[in-house]
Design a protein around this ligand. Structure first.
Ligand SMILES: [Zn+2]
Length: 196
C-alpha cells in the first residue's frame, strides 16, 4: 500500500485546520482502518445523512449533527458548480467519520472540538503542541472521498464549515488537479474557504 502524506494544517477565519492524508486507490476497508489509526477510535456506528452521505461514528450522531453535515455539503456543491466543477457533487460520493474530540475548547477557551493528529511538517511551528496539532477536520482519503471531523454537541455551524472546507480539497482533487496541488498544503500559506 502506498501512503503519501499530503499535509496541511491551516487556520482560516473560522480557525479551522486540516490535514490531508492520501491513500492511493484505497478501498473502503483500508479507509476505515486509516480513519481508526488516525483517531484511535473504533467507528462501530454506520449510518447515512438525510441526503445520503455515508457516516461512520463512535456514537449515534444527533439529527442536528447529520443535518449540519448535509448543510456543509450543500454549500460545497453550490460553490463547486459556480466554479464549473461537475465531478463528485453527490452526497453519496462522501464518507464522513465522526471522531471523539481530543479537545473541547481551544487555547482561548472557545468551544472548539478538534482532533489531535501527528504534527508531521508542522513540527516546530506555532501549530505544534508537542508532536501533534489540533485539526477541525482531516481528509482521510481522496478516492473514495473521505474525511474526519469531531463530534459536536453545539455550534453546528462549525460542523457545516468544517465539512465544506475539507470537501473543498476533495472537489479540487477530482475537478482541478493543479488547483488542488497549490492549495493542499496550508503550511505554505492559504486557508479556507478556497472556492468563492
Ligand atoms: Zn484545508
Amino acid at each position: 500500500m502506498k501512503l503519501k502524506f499530503l499535509l496541511s494544517a491551516g487556520i482560516s477565519f473560522a480557525v479551522l485546520a486540516c490535514v490531508l492524508v492520501q491513500i492511493a486507490d484505497a478501498q473502503n476497508r483500508t479507509v476505515l482502518n486509516e480513519a481508526q489509526r488516525i483517531s484511535g477510535d473504533q467507528f462501530t456506528v454506520v449510518t447515512r445523512t438525510p441526503k445520503g452521505a455515508y457516516i461512520y461514528a463512535v456514537r449515534q450522531p444527533s439529527a442536528e449533527m447529520l443535518s449540519a453535515i448535509d448543510r456543509g455539503l450543500s454549500g460545497l456543491f453550490e460553490v463547486a458548480r459556480k466554479n464549473r466543477y461537475r465531478s463528485r457533487l453527490n452526497y453519496r460520493d462522501y464518507t464522513i467519520y465522526i471522531a471523539k474530540a481530543d479537545r473541547e475548547k481551544d487555547s482561548a477557551g472557545m468551544y472548539s472540538p478538534d482532533i489531535a493528529v501527528a504534527a508531521a511538517q508542522y513540527t516546530g511551528t506555532g501549530y505544534d503542541k508537542g508532536g501533534f496539532i489540533y485539526a477541525a477536520g482531516i481528509v482521510v482519503a481522496l478516492n473514495p472521498c473521505a474525511f474526519m471531523i469531531a463530534e459536536h454537541t453545539k455550534d453546528l455551524d462549525r460542523v457545516a464549515n468544517a465539512v465544506r472546507y475539507e470537501g473543498e480539497h476533495l472537489v479540487l482533487y477530482h475537478n482541478d488537479r493543479s488547483r488542488y496541488s497549490t492549495t493542499a498544503d496550508h503550511s505554505k500559506g492559504g486557508g479556507h474557504p478556497i472556492l468563492q
